[in-house]
Write a protein that binds this ligand. Structure first.
Ligand code: COA
Ligand code: HC5
Length: 638
């Protein structure tokens, strides 16, 4: 019942440093494409995702299992893997099927991935799939400030949309290689639609009449707001301010049925409720307006008052799930690909539905918007034409729908109670320290996480880190398996008094190197997880019996990611967050800046063994201890 991140697999490796995804506005605008068709030319020039050699994946799979399964279990799995990959065996047949698919599709993986990881994943998108993003606290503290800021933010998004519409988003690079830019075209004007057993995503940006409105939700009431003047120019911030004021005064009452809470439900339940909801013509039109809109802006009511040191953790909760039905969980449409969330107290951020895109394009958009809102208040003359009233989206609530809403409230409140979220800013150092020691900062942070976990639990666990596959056309992600034999040797030695510091440093270097190496393997399309998934999917599609390697207990362990992690860098000092992918695990999202690192750690309260704040504290200690070790130990090679 848990997602593909807890069901799919991984591996281990070695390599040399290569750069990260450059936020698009940091890339010199030489590669800006303005002419329609340039985007397509760029896309066509990208390589196709390769199918890794079967034997390579099998070998790496065994290596990946070493730190996380018992010796007996591993020898049993080795037998299964040998059987699978032997000449004339089922592995070869599946590999041929996959290679055939690769020849006949733009990307053999992407469509399967979206189906399996998102559209057929039935847990609520809230907490379990949709990430949150928290911006630094903005400088306002009342309704007027909230409205003014929201207006500027909308203008900023529309400014970015103009770049998308003009195909003028500068191409991004990873390790010097150009990246697939497709995801930028999927985040606006799109929405997930629930189904009884599988969802779908619609994107209205490419329709013959692309939408010109956004949705605004305030006090659980939805509005359609046209954001373009009749001459096609976007509304100015002043015009948007007037419209948002009208929306707020037309939705003063806070006792409306929170229809949006339905989108927090388990997907099967929501799929069923959706049929009930959209039987009514008015409801159908309102839902369609939300789905078609360019994006959603949630003007939130107050959240529980907290002390300053809790502020960011509470803001993360607000972005991730809204706090429960009595707070802002109903002030959302979680199926919407992009929702901006703005409170009255200067809190500001976003929630995004993950199926159409990864974090980096969303972050690039948000970085642009923040920059836009910070720009001097240049006075743009607003057209002197009267603006049409924003349209309220009405819902007729039948007793059946009312019951669905009550059930959704109940389930959402249990989930909100269950989520334990800790945002922690590690302020002692950032990328600067590992760089000074000639180590990959990402690998250094991942090794600190391995050490923190080992100190808490005295064993290593299957660990997932997202790796971008955007070097390939329509690429999404593969898995970096951060727990390796090298990381296990390092964490076991670290607190062992019988080990010399020089040996510990050597083990740290090897572990960091193994991680950086596997990262290069993963971003180069040679990791094991998506390949193993692909082989399994061929078996499913060709109605073959599922090979034993997939029903093996080691495979289940390999996919039970007690650490689910992702590096999401940004230009703005923000923090991204997501929930754990297994009931007894952690979600760890981090944003390494030059001199500090923002972490969001999540866990579930129903699991007695996990506590977000404890892992955050252990991370702090691990990072500091690793620095001390490096500083105190002369390194042989230097
Ligand atoms: N010595 C000195 N500097 C080094 C170094 C070394 N040995 N190794 C790396 N560096 C530098 C890099 O050059 C880079 O420099 P920059 O800050 O000037 O760009 C910086 O350190 C960061 O590199 P590193 O920490 O190794 O990681 P990365 O930026 O290559 O990122 C991943 C690694 C896995 C995060 C990245 O490849 C990736 O796939 N990102 C996408 C993840 C994603 O999609 N997340 C969201 C999913 S929704
Ligand atoms: C705003 C940025 C959020 C990052 C979300 C993320 O990393 O999602 C991962 C996607 C992937 O395919 O690896 C999944 N994960 C949250 C389970 C790590």
């Amino acid at each position: 019942m848990w997602g593909i991140w807890s069901r799919t697999m991984v591996k281990v490796g070695m390599a040399k440093p290569c750069g990260l995804i450059k936020p698009c506005h940091l890339v010199k605008p030489v590669s800006v494409t303005r002419v329609t068709g340039r985007y397509l030319t760029h896309q066509k020039g990208l390589p196709s995702l390769p199918v890794p050699p079967l034997q390579q994946t099998c070998e790496r799979y065994i290596c990946a299992l070493e730190p996380i399964v018992e010796v007996d279990e591993l020898s049993h799995t080795k037998e299964l893997v040998d059987e699978f990959q032997k000449a004339g065996g089922v592995g070869e047949r599946l590999q041929k099927g996959l290679e055939n698919r690769a020849r006949n599709t733009e990307n053999w993986l992407s469509q399967w991935w979206v189906q399996v990881a998102y559209l057929e994943y039935r847990l609520p998108v809230v907490v379990h799939s949709s990430p949150g993003l928290v911006l630094p606290r903005m400088n306002f503290s009342d309704k007027q400030g909230q409205i003014r800021f929201a207006a500027k933010l909308i203008a900023g998004v529309l400014d970015f949309k103009t770049m998308i519409d003009n195909e003028a988003i500068p191409v991004e690079y990873l390790g010097g290689k150009p990246l697939c830019m497709n995801q930028y075209y999927e985040v606006l004007s799109s929405c997930r639609i629930p189904g009884r057993t599988r969802d779908s995503v619609v994107n209205h940006a490419k329709s013959s009449r692309p939408p010109i409105h956004i949705t605004v939700v305030h006090n659980f009431q939805f509005f359609s707001l046209a954001v373009y003047n009749s001459d096609g120019t976007p509304l100015t911030a002043d015009q948007l301010c007037i419209q948002l004021e009208r929306i707020c005064s037309d939705s003063l009452k806070a006792d409306m049925e929170p229809v949006g809470i339905l989108t927090t439900q388990h997907r099967d339940a929501w799929g069923k409720a959706y049929v009930n909801l959209t039987k009514d013509k008015t409801n159908r039109a309102s839902v369609s307006a939300i789905q078609r809109s360019i994006f959603t802006v949630c003007l939130d009511g107050a959240m529980p008052q907290v002390s300053d040191d809790m502020y960011r953790s509470c803001a993360a909760v607000q972005m991730l799930h809204g706090g429960g039905s009595q707070w802002n969980s109903g002030n959302r449409w979680f199926d919407k690909t992009l929702q901006f969330i703005i409170g009255e107290d200067g809190v500001c951020g976003a929630n995004y539905e993950h199926a159409p895109a990864e974090g980096p394009p969303i972050v690039a958009l948000i970085d642009h918007v923040v920059e836009y809102t910070r720009k001097s208040e240049e006075k743009v003359r607003s057209p002197m034409v009267p603006l049409p009233m924003p349209q309220k989206l009405h819902f007729n609530i039948t007793p059946e729908i009312k019951k669905d809403i009550e059930e959704a409230k109940h389930a959402m409140n249990i989930l909100a109670q269950d989520l334990d979220m800790k945002v922690y800013v590690f302020s002692h150092f950032g990328k600067n320290v590992p760089k000074a020691h000639k180590m990959s900062p990402d690998a250094f942070i991942q090794m600190a996480l391995q050490l923190a976990y080992y100190r808490m639990y005295q064993h290593c666990c299957a660990t997932y880190e997202s790796a971008s596959l955007r070097m390939f056309r329509l690429g999404r992600t593969d898995t970096i398996r951060s727990a390796s034999s090298a990381s296990a040797a390092f964490v076991k030695a670290f607190d062992d008094p019988s080990k010399q510091n020089t040996e510990k440093v050597d083990l740290l270097e090897k572990a960091v190197q193994a991680h950086r190496s596997y990262t290069n393997i993963a971003i180069g399309g040679q990791a094991i997880d998506r390949h193993l998934l692909g082989l399994k999917m061929v078996a499913v599609e060709e109605k073959l019996s599922i090979p034993k390697i997939y029903t093996d207990s080691a495979y289940a362990k390999a996919l039970h990611y007690k650490l689910s992690t992702s590096q999401v860098p940004s230009q703005t000092d923000c923090v991204m967050c997501f929930g754990p992918v297994v009931p007894d695990g952690y979600g760890v999202c981090y944003n390494p800046m030059n001199d500090h690192i923002n972490f969001a750690v999540s866990s579930f309260n129903t699991c007695e063994e996990t506590k977000a704040a404890h892992l955050a504290k252990a991370m702090e200690e691990a990072l500091l201890d690793m620095r001390t070790l490096l500083e105190q130990t002369p390194r042989a090679k230097l």
